[in-house]
Design a protein around this ligand. Structure first.
Ligand code: AMP
Length: 282
């Protein structure tokens, strides 16, 4: 496996692969990898000839005080992990490579899809995401790109961007990988103290309860939202940011449980903001 740090080297590797008729699968990450990330790499490995994993903590998607500087980083450990998951290339550019002095062009979706859910409490976050993903797509020129359903809004946003800009990349959403107690894996879980780690299971427990209610025939989204809220509030270390039940493509709130929907939430456990969701077809 190669580790490349420059756009020039990355382009050379991609051109060579394409000259040889190889398909390219791409997994963008911010590193500090866990099984969730690796599931995307394995899927990319199974479906493509060349697998590229980017590791880049993207400054423009962090707001003030959102922990860009303290985000966990360990390139050596990450490289070993992605190699064992079958990647061919790690692309790990420096910040100045992706945002050189004078770079002034951003990609921003003009609809409210980026202003809801996580976008409401993280203004500018998705502008940073769409900008970096566009830059990475332009460098790696993948046939398929793999994203975790854990960041469900990110998937909806990227899919909209790819549709709007005819980017010609197939977006492959992949299921959420969870810890044994149900907590969705996240690089941010490393911030949790022992007590907080135990408390964090409340997110998936509440979502499982919602799923059970729907299975039992409940169709009133408000009622389901109320039960999730009560459940999460029963955990003293938790503080709800949002709990939303929305159409999974437009992210518009729904009142009746019907069609393709997403129950998404963001909850602070202590100082750490965690997200989780379930997607349902009713
Ligand atoms: P990040 O490094 O947090 O930017 O995540 C990189 C990619 O991994 C994104 O597409 C995430 O949605 C995905 N990912 C993160 N955690 C998980 C998880 N627990 N299960 C599946 N995919 C995940």
């Amino acid at each position: 496996m190669k580790i490349l740090n420059t756009i020039k080297d990355m382009r050379i590797a991609v051109k060579e692969a394409q000259r040889n008729g190889k398909t390219i699968g791409f997994v963008p990450t911010m590193g500090y990898l866990h099984e969730g990330h690796l599931s995307l790499v394995r899927r990319a490995r199974a479906e493509n000839d060349l697998v590229v994993v980017s590791i880049f903590v993207n400054p423009t998607q962090f707001g003030e005080g959102e922990g860009f500087e303290t985000y966990p980083r360990d390139l050596e450990r990450d490289s070993n992990l992605v190699e064992s998951a079958g990647a061919d290339i790690v692309f790990a550019p420096a910040a100045a490579e992706m945002y050189p002095l004078g770079a002034a062009t951003y990609v921003e979706i003009a609809s409210d899809i980026t202003g809801k859910l996580c976008g409401a409490s993280r203004p500018g976050h998705f502008k940073g995401v769409t900008t970096i993903v566009t830059k990475l797509f332009n460098i790696v020129t993948p046939d398929r790109a793999y994203f975790g359903q854990k960041d469900a809004q990110q998937v909806a946003v990227i899919e909209q961007m790819v549709r709007d800009l005819y980017l010609g990349v197939e977006i492959v959403p992949c299921p959420i990988v969870r810890e044994e107690d149900g907590l969705a894996m996240s690089s941010r879980n490393t911030y949790l103290t022992n007590d907080e780690r135990k408390a964090a299971a409340i997110l998936s427990t509440a979502l499982a309860k919602a799923q059970e209610m729907i299975k039992d025939g409940e169709r009133n989204a408000l009622e389901i939202r109320k039960v999730i809220t009560e459940k999460i509030n029963s955990e003293p270390l938790s503080q709800i940011d949002y709990i939303e039940i929305v159409n999974d493509r437009t992210l518009e709130p729904i009142e009746e449980i019907k069609g393709s929907l997403l129950i998404a939430l963001a909850v602070k456990i202590g100082k750490t903001r965690l997200i989780d969701n379930i997607r349902l077809e009713v």
